[in-house]
Write a protein that binds this ligand. Structure first.
Ligand SMILES: [Zn+2]
Length: 277
């Protein structure tokens, strides 16, 4: 089954991963800008990273027939440095009109601090002013629920924001309904050390339905599994769910969400899928 991974940090992965994903049916990935595992020393460090995301990574994915899309921002962890963050935000317009750049992300909160909130709001202002889509990271573990609430409250300040063009990622059982009931898209992240498993994601599809719901692997430089979306597909199949429902979550939904971005030029795979098995 063809699928799209809407949140995966491929700069941290090998070409073997690209090859494996392509063999498993991955036709496109979207890669939000994120923390590199260390804090960058200057805005120029981000400029180089943004060039990597918009130039070389796009090409590298193409070697395996995978279309690569990306998002620009300074992540929540480095947003603690307000001065550096403002320099990066001022530089982002250089990249937001490049081919394959879908919007502003992944912005959000890490430890729910005041500085993180300030920079979150400044990113949202930039996105609203430029009519960009937004991809949002929610914090982990005990910080997730209060952080998600803070994010939804901050977004509510922006009356002109089109909520159907905002994805709130890393939802879990205690946050998914808050996100979707407010009109946003929700992303479930399958991750071995924290976040959600394929089984829990399948449970959430069964309980809440597939509307405005995405599933991703977040594959990054830490212990993570870039093939987690195929694990979810297998779990759904073993539970007897239809290909139509599975395809909606892993292919149709990301296409519907990304299609709202002016830089989303997608070339669907040419061959029809052979069989619904
Ligand atoms: Zn991420």
């Amino acid at each position: 089954m063809y699928y799209i991974d809407p949140h995966i940090h491929m700069v941290s992965r090998t070409t073997d991963d690209y090859e494996a994903l392509a063999k498993m049916g991955c036709v496109a990935v979207s890669e939000p800008a994120f923390w590199a595992g260390f804090d960058r020393g200057s805005a120029d460090g981000f400029r180089d990273y943004f060039r990597q995301l918009t130039e070389f990574e796009r090409k590298r994915a193409g070697w395996y027939g995978i279309q690569h899309f990306t998002w620009m921002c300074i992540n929540a962890k480095e947003a603690e440095n307000v001065e550096l963050s403002r320099e990066v935000i001022a530089m982002m317009p250089e990249f937001l009109d490049r081919p394959g750049v879908l919007g502003v992300g992944e912005i959000g909160l890490n430890k729910n601090t005041r500085n993180e909130a300030i920079i979150f709001q400044e990113h949202v202002q930039l996105a609203v002013a430029r009519d960009e889509q937004i991809l949002i990271h929610t914090p982990h573990l005990e910080d997730k629920y209060p952080g998600t609430r803070m994010i939804l409250d901050m977004l509510a300040d922006h009356a002109s924001l089109d909520r159907g063009r905002v994805l709130v990622d890393h939802v879990e059982e205690h946050t998914i309904a808050h996100v979707r009931d407010a009109g946003y898209w929700a992303g479930m992240t399958l991750y071995p050390t924290s976040k959600c498993t394929p089984q829990r994601a399948a449970d959430m599809v069964e309980i809440y339905g597939p509307e405005r719901l995405l599933v991703n692997s977040a594959g990054d430089w830490g212990p993570s599994k870039p093939s987690a979306v195929p694990d979810f597909i297998l779990e759904m199949r073993l539970r007897g769910h239809s290909n139509e429902l599975i395809r909606r979550v892993v292919y149709d939904n990301p296409l519907e969400f990304f299609s709202q971005s002016r830089n989303f030029e997608f070339h669907p795979p040419e061959l029809p899928e052979t069989a619904d098995v």
